[in-house]
Design a protein around this ligand. Sequence first.
Ligand code: PHE
Ligand code: NA
Length: 447
Amino acid sequence: MSQRETWATRAGFILAAVGSAVGLGNIWQFPFKTSEYGGATFLVVYLIAALGIGLPAMLAEFVIGRKSNLNAISAFEKLGHGNWKWVGVLGVGTGFWILSYYSVVGGWVLRYLGGSLTGAYFADPAGYFGSISAGLDALVLHAVFIALVVAIVAGGVEEGIEKATKLMVPSIVVILGVLAVWVVTLPGAAPGYGYFLSPDLSTLSLSVSFDPLPSFSGPLTDVIPFAVSQAFFSLSLGMGAMITYASYVGEDQSLFSDSLTVVVLNSAVGVLAGLVVIPLLFVQGIEPGSGGAGALFVSLATAFGELPAGRLVGVVFFAVVLIAALSSAISLLEVVTSYVVDNYGARRPRIASALGALIFLLGIPSAIDTAWLGWFDTLAYQLLLPLSVLGVLVFTGWVYGRPAVAELLSGSSLGEGVGLTWLWLARTIVILAVLLTLWLGVQTLFV
Ligand code: PHE
Ligand code: NA
């Protein structure tokens, strides 16, 4: 096997991990799911999950990736002596599944980039979204988006990915920040902030009874599976992405501070997007929960139609969203490509193209009908993501176990107590929380 590639600079890994995390999950999905599933209650559960479950789970993925120096499937084989390969397979499969419809939404972004240039969506923002989000238009743009992703992954780790990410996060923060300030000035925005930011404490409750299986009731039964899985999706967990990226990292880098950076930046971008989109929905009289998958696109298209220099703002905004979507999609395709390159020694460009073609095919239903897109998304949230993260935690906590602590601490100045606490949490409370999420999520699939 040839020498494995590594990040060119220390910042390469953290940039790529942030690039993977910050994407359509923050800008498109987070605002619309928040407004659909409980507003501020969703936000509270999401933030707790990101820190309390997402951070320890990300550390687990980083440890597995860096220790094994392998792709997400072979890593489990090597550290777990073969029997645990399925955790990797499940993660890679989940990533494949998600990329199929992620790419369709990426196609919408491409379309809105063009629409901002020509002003095509100004006259009828809702009608425009309806006409481009499903059907032949959506299919063609899905193909274009996946082709872009393939082209970047084919170029290899250093050139393709490191460069694209550097400007993205600062640009997103600046643009969303400016828009957020502008939205404050709009009449009718105030109730949007209340809905998004001030939780009604009575909604933060969950009760359980046993007869003999646990049965849950209370407002959180619906919020938990969506909000916790949103944290997994948004942090790129349970899909082998962080394992793969960490496999290119040296032992001298602190995994702990890197993961904290990713979690904080990622949540900040989501909250910022929420501060723009949710009040805008209120300004436009769109009831919480009725915006659906089009919430981001319709609300912003309307806003850009009213802003001075709306076309220019629209072009810049959707260009940045495109970069965010690409850097996330790249990490998903990289997971699978890296497995095939490691194991079959095949050439990168050929593998990436073949996989891209398969992902295109899997995404056809989502491109043709947004109801299919919703179904793909629901299955990922309510079943695949929590199951896959559970696998990672059980493997790291109970199978690999104690050696994970030394790997976690390598390159960091933290004491052993921090590592042991992490391992203990990952083995117990965090696993229980994911089990609860999975249990509640699976139930929403069957009611
Ligand atoms: N985290 C990305 C986002 O929020 C999506 C993603 C998921 C990317 C999984 C890679 C792996 O958009
Ligand atoms: Na994200």
